[in-house]
Write a protein that binds this ligand. Structure first.
Ligand code: MG
Length: 367
């Protein structure tokens, strides 16, 4: 079906297809998309809200008999839905472009269609990168000149839960060299989380407070406590708009601080210099691989640490993010492991380390 372009009042549609260039021949760009409900291996609890699935939209861009795959993943708290993503994609008119290699112009056009909608934009960006990589016959980490062996280990995330569940999850994560532990609730819960993990293992921990600490002095006292327990850094300790308090905290903190909610896109980075020690780049926040690669360069120029993260995503979007991993100091790419019905194979973990294959594009196969 041909999706109508209406962003004002998105309505659910089952699937869509548009942008069939009418310039003749097989060398035309065609975007298709359909919703996909990713079922979670374990129910996932955030702020008292438990969910068993994550809504996803899968995209394909075909050109000259070659197909690139993409994905938009929408955790409910980010505001995008399958309906809003498909409404956005219905407005993407690729027929005005007849050369898929013009990534800058095509993706700049997509970005200007509407503000926000970053996951929807990422689904076009990833499919286009996969297509172009396949047309060239090379994976993106090679096209970018990255050294695959430099890709870091990934963390596995332990969510906020009861002592029993946290202990079980920590034991299950035995093959991971580093753990990411969610905290940011209150002092009793936060210390229970860390002490429970520590009752099982001494391996390094990275913590994510998800904006949970509201007072800078309290945040500093928690970070000092964490720094004595083999914790490597603290992600988003304070609310995203607490810039002055955050700058004070980073100045006094014995551990590096990493911006997640405070850092969505390339344009956010300049004001975060001196406020955080590093940034967490996620394709669904920053509109995709093109902007993510620019964020790496800018953060590097500012002397800031780089981390690559993800949402709950299939191996499609996770493998796209993994193409950038060799240029990262830290990685948190475990989103595909949380999905019971992953419909792609791609990046693999070997002893917890991100291991890229030599396949063209983003290195995925549809299962
Ligand atoms: Mg985070």
């Amino acid at each position: 079906m041909l999706a109508a372009c209406s962003l004002a009042d998105p309505v659910p549609v089952l699937a869509g297809s548009n942008n069939i260039a009418r310039m003749g021949g097989s060398k035309s760009l065609q975007l298709t998309y359909h919703p996909f409900d990713a079922k979670l291996v374990h129910p996932f609890t955030v702020s008292g809200n438990t969910r068993t699935m994550t809504p996803i939209v899968l995209t394909e861009i075909s050109y000259d008999g070659v197909t690139g795959y993409g994905e938009a993943s929408m955790p409910p708290y980010l505001g995008e839905t399958q309906a809003s993503v498909m409404a956005f994609l219905g407005c993407v008119n690729l027929k005005q472009f007849n050369n898929p290699f013009e990534l800058e112009d095509i993706l700049s056009y997509v970005d200007k269609i509407a503000i926000n909608n970053t996951a929807a934009k990422a689904s076009v960006d990833i499919a286009l990168h996969d297509l172009v990589g396949k047309l060239v016959g090379k994976p993106w980490h090679i096209l970018w000149g990255y050294t695959a062996a430099k890709a870091p280990v990934t963390t596995f995330t332990i969510g906020i839960d009861t002592e029993t569940v946290v202990r079980e999850k920590t034991l299950e994560a035995a093959s991971f060299k580093v753990l990411k532990v969610k905290i940011g609730v209150d002092e009793v819960t936060d210390k229970m989380m860390i002490n429970t993990v520590r009752s099982v293992t001494d391996k390094p921990i990275r913590v994510d407070a998800n904006q949970g600490w509201k007072d800078k002095n309290y945040a500093l006292s928690m970070i000092e406590w964490l720094s004595e327990r083999n914790v490597e850094f603290v992600e988003q300790p304070m609310p995203k708009h607490s810039i002055d308090d955050m700058a004070w905290l980073t100045e006094h903190s014995p551990l590096p601080t990493i911006a997640d909610e405070s850092c969505q896109r390339l344009a956010d980075i300049p004001r975060l210099k001196g406020v955080f020690d590093g940034i967490n780049i996620k394709l669904m926040k920053c509109t995709g691989m093109r902007e993510a690669s620019k964020m790496i360069t800018l953060a590097e120029a500012y002397g800031m640490k780089r981390m690559i993260g993800c949402m709950t995503e299939t191996s499609c979007a996770v493998s796209a993010a993994a193409q950038l991993a060799p240029q990262m100091d830290y990685a948190d790419l475990d989103g595909n492991l949380l999905i019971a019905n992953d419909c792609f194979s791609g990046m693999k973990l070997v002893d917890g380390k991100i291991t890229l294959n030599d396949e063209a594009g983003i290195g995925v196969r549809r299962l």
